[in-house]
Design a protein around this ligand. Structure first.
Ligand code: AP5
Length: 229
């Protein structure tokens, strides 16, 4: 389902622990509703690969599983949101602190907009660990695979462009453990922020322990209603 030109824009935040499947589901959501996918992690990795000042500043934080400082991220993401198409956007990995959520609300309010939907992917920590160690990604198009759950057609090769898949440096067990700690300490409170300041937005909890197709079905059931509104 592509977005009809006449429907209201969709402005979605996708929350969830590292490895909850945010990137995997975003690609499917974007295909179905014609939204812009804005992944803070992908943008940071792109900056790092391009050797920019921003990428250099972010690098050490990313490698250790810590968060990149708010002032860097907020400016970077608000700039990207301003370029989003009329159909709307889905934010993946941002906001990740309560301060980022507050600054996002303020920036959108300045253009008379607001986040209308929060999708919260709920997953057990032990499932995260299994998913992260088996993840493989395409360095060219960003497609995400898993060595057991979501295999490419040819081992270690991207289905889309034939590029050799890589393992992300921050997917080692030690760094994954740190990323999970960071998530519980700094990112989980973002959900409480949205629950305590709901405004007109809808908040949906989604069971992300299920397989990727089942998770997509749960998400589409919710978003199809909004897309028809
Ligand atoms: P980022 O890239 O955002 O990493 P993350 O949030 O830790 O999320 P991931 O990309 O690791 O996981 P995902 O939920 O997208 O899962 P995926 O779909 O790949 O951030 C990286 C770093 O950048 C951070 O640590 C931080 O330093 C920095 N950063 C980024 N944003 C920031 C911010 N706002 N503020 C400060 N710092 C920031 O799936 C994982 C695996 O599981 C894949 O192999 C996939 O094939 C498989 N899989 C997916 N769904 C399923 C399923 N349902 N069943 C079985 N397997 C599945």
């Amino acid at each position: 389902m592509r977005a009809p030109a006449s429907r209201e824009p969709m402005r979605i935040v996708l929350l969830g622990a590292p490895g909850a499947g945010k990137g995997t589901q975003c690609k499917r959501i974007v295909n179905r509703y014609g939204l812009q996918h804005l992944s803070s992690g992908d943008i940071l990795r792109g900056q790092r690969a391009a050797g920019t000042e921003l990428g250099k500043k972010a690098s050490g934080f990313m490698d250790s599983g810590a968060l990149v400082p708010d002032q860097i991220i907020i400016e970077m993401m608000i700039d990207e949101i301003k370029k989003a198409p009329i159909a709307g956007f889905i934010l993946d990995g941002f906001p990740r602190t309560v301060n980022q959520a507050i600054e996002l609300d303020k920036a959108l309010a300045r253009c008379e907009q607001e986040i209308d939907t929060i999708l919260n992917l709920q997953i057990d920590d032990q499932v995260v660990a299994e998913r992260m160690t088996g993840r493989r990604s395409c360095p060219k198009c960003g497609a995400v695979y898993h060595i057991e759950n979501l295999k490419p057609k040819v081992d270690e090769i991207c289905n889309n462009d034939g590029t050799k898949l890589i393992q992300r440096p921050d997917d080692s067990p030690e760094v994954v453990a740190n990323r999970l700690k960071t998530y519980h300490r700094q990112t989980k409170p973002v959900l409480d922020y949205y629950k305590n300041n709901p405004g007109a937005r809808e908040i949906y909890d989604i069971d992300a322990n299920k397989n990727a197709d089942e998770v997509s079905t749960l998400i589409f059931e919710r978003l199809d209603v909004l897309a028809r509104a």
